[in-house]
Design a protein. Structure first.
Lengths: 344, 805
């Protein structure tokens, strides 16, 4: 009996050495420690032995059982460890093979930059509103101090729906500024909004001109708003979009619906002020037009210009993206070639 | 407007370097686009006199010219036909930097042997000096050009190209720009002094002027000069015109152009003897009246157009162009000189009607002041007497029906501060305004001034205009930088329709790229051809709005759907890429509403093409189908908290039987399906293509409902699978509807659809997994059995469905 038990122990340990995975380990456990295992059978058969022998063999059998249980536990632990740390060489992966494809898309670069611009202004308390693309002559021009035959109409080459119908003529808005009027017609100060949207021009397209592009209009009206506030707001904007170091210039310019009028330029991103083709050798790149809302415009929407003042600005969206990535052809935006779109 | 620095220096001392001056002008609102330096390379070029001309011994067409340079005399070979004795010419020494006449490149002049004669230097053409493209002739300088002087000192100049904004027509004049510089730099402005002797008879004995339309012509001034001799202008005058980009013509025309550039007032000289009836009438043209202008074009006139007429006919289109018949010619001996004011809108209409523009009309079109004409007329009369004429008639005609009084504007330092944040005292403000020619008087209180704008500043109408004048001269860089301090407006509720609309667009833009879709943005304007490609009968269900003046036929109509843009973009990209392109656009379509503004509806449109995934080593190139597109719709709506159902659709863009309507709460919100092969062919598309279109406004009305929350059941679920055999005609939806109607059913999954062996002809088999769960108790087997039995009974009775063996 003792010999038998000894052999069994040796055989079990020997077989345990051949176990390579948890499934085999489970089979081993059933074989040597299960209810029907020979060890269990042997323990049961002890009953027929004389007391002295029974006690001796019992003790030995139980010791072997405990030893096997310990070995099982140890082996289990080893297997688990091995599984985690060293997969077998023969089953290793070529990890350089391409991953299983997942289709993913991106947002259009204009959407991306619009989101960025809007978020900068939202953080300054501006709300985002939208206007309509087809407008009346009145909102696009007349209410903005550009009556019929005004020379400033030359600044806005217009696509008309109706020709020669005066203020009741429909047109494709040439700027997002009509929303200034529409918003002030229905809201009272304090006003702080931005208006992103499409605008249209009667323009032959080339690398720097598009017949359709996006603008973001801004408007803030309240008591005590100054040109200095406009300067602060736009300098903050330029810093957020173009970085801390970028130089910004504020100069006088003319737009009929603001007074005083402003043009904002940033230091050329290519030559940094030395002069190059991009900036027309001036070292500066115009990025937006702005100014204090003209008193006649305020009066037209029943906001007293002697008590209230405000600023407005309009900036071109694609241009900012173009400057940032050195894109030299605006037509790439709306020809929607995936080889372009997927780069952003 | 091109401006010569030398000319500016006649009126104001300029101590700033050209680049610095340009920067100051630019910041003050007069943008300098370009600075051109003339003569910066003329280091070794001097002025000389041709004192001898001899034939070249070896070449018939060449001459040997001896040029006196003051300190020395040089002989050089010259081939120009216009060289003659006594001329003042330009002479380039060896080492001078010149433009090579043939290559256009800058070269260093070397000594050369021309047909056996060594030439030390050369007499230059305009092209070699970089002045023009003329290379046939040598440049001949005026007789007063100083012999021996460096050419750079005599002809050198800096030309500023100014971008004048429409509000500043006065800056289309040298004097106004000089005034700006004076104000910016604090230097005094010097204006020309004007005086002449009136030796002739009274002008009234020569001509009378009538203004028939005072609104269109508020003022008409004229002078008359006799004994005119038409010759070329003197060199200095030609040089000035050239520097501002105008070609010299003759002394009379050049003087009118010179004074126009100087003062900004267009002038016109008539040949007095060509005018009939000693009469000038400013009137509207008659119907059928015609005129041939000095450019040789014959124009049909209408009453919209203002003309200058003599007793019989129109002799000029007012403010735009003179008539050929009354033009000054070599034979002219008496001229009537016009300096008038015309209404801005009238001139603008006239230009657009006649498709005609001139230096004069460009100025009138921006609006000139009726106070302007007199002084320039006097200045031109003086110059004509000096350069062309014999005597001036006594007096000047000045018919001025449209005189208006200058307005007074009150300005305070507080107002400047209120609008700009810049703190100035009233004296600083006053100093700036006076330098610009404004008249300021102390107002009622010490802190207030009463300002009247000078006549040339028609753009100044209110105190904000004055504020701009003050800050632009003081400098925008002096404006402080502050942040908005006013209270924030009330923020829009996230539940408002406006916020919801923008939110839904943003949500969709967040979801779709994750489902593999690339966003595109296409033009709002499309061609008729593309719209028709979408429709089988080439008839458009909704006639789109048309642009009256399209730039191209490609962009003529406002889109009524996003479909054409998506499909064209897909076709374009299929040229470069075949596997699995997915595109979407969120944007407006324009639905006409009669004469009103169109309805601008936000839509989502998406297309999927060819394979399910990009080509890869993992999978076969499996082509996508209707159910891929449908899954996208279900996923989208699910993420928005909506549940869609689908029924067979009949939209013409989709293949019949393979397109569905998307239904949300009994309302059709869009379509999904396979694109019709006819449409694919029209757009030159390949592979199989599915299209999704959703009306965001309709979606929005469904979204405003708040989502319902259901607590998660604590009790165990029971899963049962059933396999039903059912007629082909019965759709899955009706099966699902019946199963779903049992309250204990919480989830239904179709996991197999089978036709073929073991299933009778005309039938199909659905394998469905049903999960039962109760919110209130643990289900017993009997309960589930009972429910399922009732369910199977209904499926049998209503749909004829039986359990598969
Ligand atoms: Zn640059």
């Amino acid at each position: 009996m003792q010999e038998q038990l000894k052999n069994l122990h040796a055989q079990a340990l020997d077989e345990l050495g051949q176990v390579h995975n948890p499934r085999e380990l489970e089979l081993w456990r059933v074989r040597y420690l299960g209810k029907k295992s020979s060890l269990t059978k042997m323990l049961r058969s002890l009953a027929v032995l004389p007391l002295e022998e029974r006690r001796k063999a019992g003790a030995q059998a139980n010791a072997i059982k405990r030893a096997l249980e310990l070995s099982l536990e140890e082996k289990g632990r080893l297997l688990e460890e091995a599984l985690l740390t060293s997969p077998l060489e023969s089953q290793g992966l070529d990890v350089t093979l391409p991953g299983r494809p997942l289709s993913t898309g991106r947002l259009h670069p204009t959407t991306q930059i619009l989101r960025e611009i809007c978020s900068v202004f939202k953080n300054m308390g501006f709300q985002v509103i939208e206007g309509s693309d087809v407008e009346w002559d009145y909102y696009n021009f007349e209410a903005l101090n550009i009556p019929q035959h005004h020379p400033a109409r030359d600044m806005f080459a217009t696509l008309w729906i109706d020709a020669g119908m005066g203020r009741k003529a429909r047109l494709l808005r040439t700027h997002t500024s009509p929303m200034q009027i529409r918003f002030m017609e229905r809201e009272r100060p304090p006003i702080r909004v931005i208006v992103p949207g499409r605008v249209y021009r009667y323009e032959a397209t080339d690398a720097t001109h598009e017949s359709m592009f996006y603008q973001v209009e801004g408007l803030a009206v309240d008591k005590g708003i100054t040109l200095a506030d406009l300067k602060g707001t736009l300098f903050d904007f330029c810093r957020c979009i173009f970085g801390e170091e970028r130089k910004v210039r504020f100069r006088c310019d003319y737009f009929p619906f603001v007074e005083p009028g402003v043009e904002v330029a940033i230091g050329c991103l290519v030559c940094d002020g030395a002069g190059c083709r991009l900036c027309g050798y001036s070292g500066w790149i115009e990025i937006l037009g702005a100014g204090m809302v003209h008193p006649d415009v305020l009066a037209r929407v029943d906001i007293n210009p002697e008590l209230y003042s405000g600023f407005a600005f309009g900036l071109g969206v694609e241009r900012i993206h173009m400057l940032r990535y050195g894109i030299d052809d605006i037509r790439l935006f709306y020809s929607n070639d995936l080889r372009f779109l997927r780069q952003f | 407007m091109k401006v010569s620095l030398k000319w500016l220096e006649d009126y104001v001392d300029i101590k700033l370097a050209p680049e610095e001056l340009a920067e100051r002008l630019t910041i003050a609102g007069l943008e300098v686009g370009n600075i051109q330096t003339i003569g910066s390379t003329w280091d070794n070029v001097v002025i000389g006199e041709v004192i001898a001309l001899n034939p070249h011994p070896n070449a018939e067409r060449l001459k040997l010219a001896t040029v006196n340079l003051g300190t020395e005399q040089v002989t050089t070979v010259c081939g120009a036909p216009n060289i003659s004795l006594g001329q003042r010419v330009t002479f380039a020494h060896i080492g001078a930097r010149l433009i090579d006449a043939h290559t256009g490149e800058t070269i260093l002049l070397k000594s050369a042997k021309i047909r056996g004669i060594v030439s030390e230097g050369m007499v230059c053409s305009e092209k070699e000096l970089g002045l023009s493209d003329n290379h046939e002739e040598i440049l001949v300088l005026p007789p007063e050009a100083p012999i021996g002087a460096a050419l750079g000192d005599y002809l050198g100049d800096v030309i500023f190209d100014l971008d004048v904004t429409p509000n500043r027509p006065d800056c289309l004049s040298i004097i106004s720009i000089a005034r700006e510089i004076a104000a910016l730099t604090g230097e005094p402005l010097r204006l020309p002094s004007i005086h002449w002797k009136e030796l002739g008879e009274s002008i009234d004995s020569f001509v009378s002027v009538d203004i028939a339309d005072p609104d269109a012509c508020p003022r008409y001034c004229a002078s008359l000069i006799t004994g005119i001799k038409i010759v070329s202008s003197p060199g200095w005058l030609q040089q000035r015109l050239n520097s501002c980009g105008m070609r010299p013509i003759n002394n009379v025309v050049d003087v009118t152009n010179y004074v126009m550039l100087e003062y900004g007032q267009p002038l016109h000289a008539f040949d007095y003897h060509k005018l009939k009836g000693r009469q000038i009438i400013v009137r509207r043209a008659g119907n059928g009246e015609t005129i041939t202008t000095i450019d040789g074009t014959k124009h049909a006139l209408t009453p919209d157009i203002l003309v200058i007429a003599d007793k019989e006919e129109a002799v000029a289109v007012a403010g735009i162009m003179g008539g050929l018949d009354s033009e000054v010619t070599d034979k002219t001996d008496t001229i009537l000189l016009e300096s008038a004011n015309f209404n801005q809108a009238t001139i603008r209409r006239g230009c657009s009607h006649l498709q005609l523009q001139s230096e004069a009309s460009i100025r009138f079109d921006k609006g000139l002041n009726s106070e302007l004409p007199l002084l320039p007329l006097k200045r031109a009369t003086q110059l004509l007497l000096e350069l062309a004429g014999d005597r001036a008639a006594r007096g000047i005609i000045d018919v001025y029906p449209g005189k208006s009084e200058p307005k007074l504007i009150l300005l305070t330092a507080r107002e400047v501060k209120r609008l700009t944040g810049l703190k100035l005292n009233i004296d600083e403000i006053r100093k700036v305004l006076e330098a610009l020619g404004f008249e300021c008087q102390e107002g009622d209180s010490g802190s207030q001034i009463s300002v009247s704008a000078p006549y040339w500043r028609g753009d100044i109408k209110c105190s904000a205009d004055l504020v701009e004048e003050v800050v632009r001269i003081i400098g925008y860089e002096k404006i402080p930088i502050t942040r908005l301090g006013s209270p924030l407006p009330q923020q829009e509720s996230q539940l408002s329709p406006v916020a919801q609309q923008s939110n839904i667009k943003e949500k969709l833009r967040n979801i779709l790229p994750g489902l593999g879709f690339q966003e595109i943005l296409t033009y709002s304007l499309v061609s008729l051809e593309k719209l028709q490609k979408l429709s089988p009968k080439l008839e458009l269900k909704i006639p789109p709005l048309k642009v009256a003046n399209p730039m191209t036929r490609e962009q003529e109509f406002l889109r009524t759907s996003l479909r054409a843009g998506l499909l064209s973009t897909l076709a374009h990209n299929q040229k470069f890429e075949q596997a699995g392109i997915r595109l979407f656009e969120i944007g407006k379509v324009f639905l006409p509403r009669g004469k009103d503004l169109p309805e601008e509806k936000e839509m989502l449109c998406a297309v999927l093409s060819s394979s399910r995934l990009e080509l890869s080593w993992h999978t076969d190139k499996e082509m996508l189908d209707f159910f891929d597109a449908k899954a996208v719709v279900e996923n989208l709506l699910n993420q928005l908290g909506l549940k869609a159902s689908f029924n067979i659709g009949d939209d013409e863009i989709l293949l019949p039987g393979r397109g569905a309507n998307i239904i949300v709460e009994d309302d059709k919100v869009g379509i999904v399906g396979d694109v019709h092969p006819r449409v694919m062919q029209a757009f030159e598309l390949s592979n199989n293509i599915c299209l999704i279109e959703i009306d965001l406004k309709k979606l929005l009305t469904r979204l405003t409902r708040t989502k319902e929350y259901h607590p998660i059941s604590r009790f165990p679920a029971v899963t049962r699978d059933i396999a039903l055999v059912i007629d082909e005609q019965v759709n899955y939806r009706s099966v699902e509807n019946i199963i779903q109607s049992f309250p204990l059913v919480t989830q239904i999954t179709l996991f197999d659809l089978y036709r073929g062996k073991q299933i009778p002809e005309g039938k199909k088999s659905f394998a469905i997994r049903i999960i039962y769960q109760s919110p209130s108790h643990t289900l017993t087997d009997e309960e589930v059995d009972r429910t399922q039995e009732q369910m199977l009974n209904r499926l049998y009775q209503e749909l004829g469905a039986t359990l598969r063996d």
